[in-house]
Design a protein around this ligand. Sequence first.
Ligand code: DGL
Length: 267
Amino acid sequence: MSAPAPLASPVLVFDSGAGGMSVARRIRHLLPQLPLCYVADDAGFPYGDWPEEALTAHCVALLTRLVDELRPCAVVIACNTASTLVLAPLRARLSIPVVGTVPAIKPAAELSCSGLVTVLATPATVVRDYTFDLIRRFAPDTAITLVGARGLARLAEGAIAGKEIDAQVLAQEIAPCFVTKNGARTDVVVLACTHYPLLLPQLRLVAPWDVDWLDPAPAIARRLAVVLGDSVSGPAPGAEAQRPPDRVIATSGADLGPLLRLLAVAS
Ligand code: DGL
């Protein structure tokens, strides 16, 4: 039997900056035959500082235009700060599948032995109704600590651009994640901003004790595979070699092509 033809239209992976590459690399790992078009809205970065209404209107208008221009087969919003606001209005506008990235509260509650879980996100994600709703529905008996880190996404952008990270600054950003209560301590930290998994080696080094750092990216890649169904499922020998080239688009007009190197690092 001959290999299925590679998909001609890409998946559009969207974030405010380079963070969504933590999701894109898992998609590449799971679905190597899929071409990717990565869009960084770096002109709008950081989304964590935007008021809700303005960010919703901005993302819906931008993504509607991008889908019109780029004709992707699906959109992955690789950003918690945007997904917790725009998934519903965007799905109402688009006729292709839209996969979101939202805080992994359900798996964290299931994984935790101590019952102390932290959600590490942007200051915006930790005050979203969407996040509170996930906690009510999926973790009613877990003690959830919400930490809105002010500078972590920017630190990740710097690290990706090759800047040295100040370990002390990093340790201060994550210090509120580590809680002790009645002899128990936090054992799961949800990485609820897609920038943070890109700092995982550094986070592990400065953490006061070992925890499970929950990165939702593998689950998002699996969800995309389900949503795209037969067109991408199963082994496709040879299809990877025929894959059209990936693209990176920055809304600022900057050349972010070098980000594509990050696609190679999923393990
Ligand atoms: N990467 C984004 C997220 O997952 C947020 C970074 C930003 O503040 O723009 O929430």
